[in-house]
Design a protein around this ligand. Structure first.
Ligand code: ADP
Length: 255
């Protein structure tokens, strides 16, 4: 992969987009898409013009999380107009393929799909395009970094050892590509009991990735977060004055 990365084609800006922030994780199911959606909504609440691109071609979550499931319209230049919800422009393969249809593609097709979502759409004007990526460090990550200038990456992990190890590997890949790590989100280490307000720790240790010069934010395991995802209303939208909203505001301000 790194050999491929050295063979970089010329990077092109996306017209009208100032910054591209990638949200990545080593493993699936750690909450990456949830973090990406809540971060995008928080940035929008802070007054930024925001887009959210679902780079998970095989397992798109953004249409459900953001409740944007309609097919994008085309403008007179045949460019997709990303549908908008919660002041965030969203685009996903999930809007372009039927739910019951399978996608059986090899690497080059995946790369061209990402390119089409990035460059075949009328994104601008945007301050920040947040890109949710598939787990790991595969084709989508390389394709993104090869074709567009990525401002920085936010890594998401739970505190279990295997997830941390693969997150560190992902961090190293991004460092080698000279993409700064803007933040690390630790997800689901603890939970606060609704009744007694006691804090329950599910993992004994905190994530500590000493080699990374970035700040860490810890998001609790919380039924509201899961319920909101299921309902297609990110928790920071549904509960704008909550502790979750504060945590995401801290993350957004790191950017
Ligand atoms: P990934 O993108 O890493 O595969 P998702 O964001 O799709 O993970 O999250 C997987 C599941 O975990 C979803 O059902 C989501 O609602 C839930 N989830 C994520 N983070 C939290 C959290 N902090 N508290 C409760 N549920 C969470």
């Amino acid at each position: 992969q790194l050999l491929m990365a050295r063979n970089l084609p010329k990077k092109e800006m996306i017209f009208g987009v100032k910054d591209i922030i990638v949200v990545a994780s080593g493993k699936g199911g750690v909450g990456k898409s949830t973090i990406a959606a809540n971060l995008a909504c928080t940035l929008a609440k802070l007054g930024k013009r925001v887009g959210l691109l679902d780079g998970d071609i095989f397992g798109p979550s953004i249409p459900l999380l953001m409740n944007v499931q309609s097919e994008p319209l085309l403008n007179d230049k045949d460019r997709m107009i990303p549908p908008e919800n919660y002041n965030v422009k969203c685009l996903s393969m999930g809007m372009l393929t039927p739910l019951d249809g399978s996608i059986i593609w090899r690497g080059p097709l995946v790369m061209s799909a990402i390119q089409r979502l990035l460059k075949g759409a009328e994104w601008g004007p945007l301050d920040i395009l947040v890109v949710d990526t598939p787990p790991g460090t595969g084709d989508v990550h390389l394709s993104l970094n090869q074709h567009v200038p990525v401002t920085g990456v936010i890594l998401v992990s739970t505190p279990h050892t295997a997830s941390i190890q693969v997150t560190i590997r992902g961090a190293k890949m991004y460092e080698k590509m000279n993409v700064p790590i803007l933040g690390v989100v630790e997800n689901m280490r603890y939970s606060i009991c609704e009744n007694c307000k006691n804090r329950m720790e599910f993992f004994k240790k905190e994530i500590s990735i000493k080699s990374l010069p970035s700040k860490l934010i810890s998001i609790p395991l919380d039924a509201h977060i899961a319920d909101c995802s299921e309902a297609g209303v990110p928790v920071v939208v549904k509960y704008p004055n909550s502790e979750y909203a504060n945590l995401f505001t801290r993350l957004a301000k790191e950017i």
